[in-house]
Design a protein around this ligand. Structure first.
Ligand SMILES: [Mg+2]
Length: 226
């Protein structure tokens, strides 16, 4: 256990505005869903983007920093990885394809729960493009941007709810952060890319680990009812 994660002021302000526009109904379940590698493809697009300059993943272990090498085989440092990821989103934010089944799954879940996207999107300027992409793929749900571990944001989003809260994310650090910050959340570890899914560790406290939206929907429906 690493202890609860605080919520960033910029994230909290978005959650405040969201609750002002859509007052939370305590008895309605809440599904908090990540975007990259969960409802929009990320790793496959990033591989294509990096491949143009000869960069590649060294393994299917679930991490970016410490796992990307340049054409000469030299491991990229953390600051270079960050710049690479920023450049990726600046170019690809409106080109990302949906994860198969994601839109249908969220439409199904939205029949019984509020659905909110919580995304760590580098570059505030990419927010509107991300909303356009999600909307164009049939996923027009409220979106909150964050950076760093998501536990504090999830606790703030879930505040005042007595109904079940489900959190879906591909990132082990986000799953752990939510586990340690909001004990009431049911955790779904979702990784669309099957190679990286196979390489991802099992995290204690996770309710379901999957790469498939059909499996996820069945499980989440059991959790939230309706
Ligand atoms: Mg993600």
């Amino acid at each position: 256990m690493s202890g609860p994660t605080p919520v960033l002021p910029a994230t909290l302000e978005q959650i405040r505005q969201l609750h002002e526009m859509h007052p939370a109904q305590p008895g309605r379940p809440l599904v908090i869903c990540d975007v990259d590698e969960v409802v929009l493809l990320f790793l496959a697009h990033l591989e294509e983007h990096m491949g143009r300059s000869g960069h590649r993943f060294l393994s299917h272990e679930y991490k970016l920093t410490g796992n990307i090498a340049d054409a000469a085989g030299t491991l990229l440092e953390a600051t270079v990885v960050r710049a690479l990821i920023q450049a990726f989103f600046d170019e690809w934010v409106e080109l990302q394809k949906p994860v198969p089944g994601a839109a249908d799954a969220l439409a199904n879940l939205a029949g019984a729960a509020d659905v909110v996207f919580l995304t760590n999107l580098p570059g505030a300027w990419n927010r509107e493009g991300r909303i356009r992409t999600l909307t164009s793929h049939g996923m027009a749900y409220p979106l909150v941007t964050n950076s760093g571990p998501k536990g504090g944001a999830v606790a703030a989003l879930a505040a005042g709810r007595s109904a079940p809260v489900v959190f879906i994310d591909d990132s082990p650090s986000n799953i752990r952060s939510v586990r340690d910050s909001h004990a009431g959340s049911t955790l779904v570890h979702f990784i669309a890319d099957q190679r990286f899914f196979a390489g991802a560790e099992d995290i204690e406290g996770t309710g379901l680990k999957t790469h498939d939206w059909r499996t996820a929907t069945t499980y989440i429906r059991q959790v939230i009812g309706g």
